[in-house]
Design a protein around this ligand. Structure first.
Ligand SMILES: [Zn+2]
Length: 164
């Protein structure tokens, strides 16, 4: 993560009064998470290309167009296998090699990390740590930058954060 070389305070990477790219992408990912239909865990993601242009944003949810029965959301554990993760929905928006950077509000799970690798993502930023994920080990092996972004424009407006 971005640490001040002279201290241990995480930096929000502003250049002058300009927002850093990771924080910019994270803010977009956070806004996307607000669209998630999952009442238990809202995750958003954003993808930027090599020129920092926004390719798209996505969030976790059910398959497009699926209208769940009324009691679908009652069982938190049962819903889990049906949820399409934000990163997977994000990768449906571009072809391999088109996106350089991805920001996700939660560290990618192992499966999503593998998918991001297959799409050739070079930099991945996350806000919330997900301890059950092998993402750090996968990133290290493949030489992908995986960093936490703690502060970004919307970070003071807490959002739903709970165990995956
Ligand atoms: Zn995932």
């Amino acid at each position: 993560m971005g640490l001040d070389p002279d201290g241990d305070e995480p930096l929000t990477r502003h250049v002058g009064n300009r927002l850093g790219i990771p924080e910019y992408a994270m803010a977009l990912a956070h806004v996307a998470s607000l669209r998630s239909e999952d009442p238990y865990r809202k995750v958003g993601a954003a993808a930027l290309d090599g020129d920092n242009r926004v390719i798209g944003t996505a969030y976790n949810g059910l398959a497009p167009g699926f209208d769940p029965p009324r009691d679908f959301w009652n069982d938190r554990a049962a819903r889990q296998k049906f949820m399409l993760h934000a990163e997977i929905n994000l990768c449906s928006l571009f072809r391999r090699g088109e996106a350089r950077l991805v920001a996700t509000t939660t560290m990618p799970c192992t499966s999503c990390m593998q998918t991001l690798c297959s799409y050739g993502i070079k930099e991945i930023y996350y806000h919330e740590i997900y301890h059950q994920s092998d993402a750090p080990e996968i990133a290290e092996l493949y030489g992908i930058r995986l960093e936490q972004v703690e502060r970004y424009p919307l970070s003071e407006f807490g959002y739903l954060a709970s165990a995956k």
